[in-house]
Design a protein around this ligand. Structure first.
Ligand code: SF4
Length: 217
């Protein structure tokens, strides 16, 4: 029997978070689509045309000239070539309606959001991490270090000048004491201030050069 375990964990990726937001929005739309809504129920009692009239709105004109026996509670008019086409309605009660289109929209959003969650989770490991949070390696090129201690003054816990056992005519070059003793931004700033570009920073996982930038081409 195999004891191999499979695990699934969600990555805090922007696409994953966006997917969750879309899923939640979809759930809201879906639930809304099942909420009964009471709406007035109308019965058509009259239709007619109204010519363009500057004195009255077409609804007012249509209603004022209605002489049927059934009460007219609602008038709706739409523009036509000659003026307006109007229809009058009597409210005969209420009906329960559901936002069916809201259900479809909610389902579509949920599928879209779930897709975004899975896509974001799969793609997250392949996205380059910002330089301030990715693990880095730091080294110094002794051949071009001019021992001016700029890096030591900016990040003393990371860089120090080598101690000389015996006096020589050469100034001691810098070395890396502890690359984890400062945040990446501080180390990168020290590297940028190094006058000779002797501090070399690379991504610890991919080996990608972070500083100094490699020549293009
Ligand atoms: S700043 Fe650059 S040149 Fe100066 S000591 Fe540090 S590594 Fe050497």
């Amino acid at each position: 029997m195999s004891d191999k375990k499979t695990s699934f964990s969600l990555k805090p990726d922007p696409l994953v978070l966006l997917g969750f937001a879309v899923v939640i929005t979809g759930i809201i739309f879906l639930v809304y689509g099942f909420i009964p809504q009471v709406q007035p129920h109308y019965y058509l009692v009259a239709t007619g045309s109204v010519s363009i009239n500057d004195t009255y709105t077409p609804e007012t004109y249509f209603q004022s000239h209605y002489n049927g026996s059934d009460p007219m509670n609602l008038v709706q008019c739409y523009p036509s070539i000659t003026g307006w086409n109007c229809a009058g309605y009597q409210q005969i009660g209420t009906i329960i309606v559901y936002g069916v289109s809201s259900r479809y929209l909610g389902l579509a959003l949920m599928f879209l959001g779930i897709g975004a969650v899975f896509a974001g989770n799969r793609l997250a490991p392949f996205k380059p991490k910002p330089s301030h949070i990715r693990p880095i390696t730091v080294r110094i090129d002794d051949d071009i270090c001019v021992s001016n201690s700029v890096c030591v003054s900016l990040a003393p816990n990371v860089f120090q000048l080598k101690k000389q056992e015996t006096p020589t005519i050469f100034a001691p070059t810098a070395y890396v004491v502890d690359p984890s003793a400062a945040d990446n931004d501080t180390i990168i700033q020290a590297a940028e201030m190094c006058p000779t570009g002797a501090i070399i920073i690379e991504d610890a996982e991919t080996g990608e050069r972070i500083h100094p930038p490699l020549p293009k081409g």
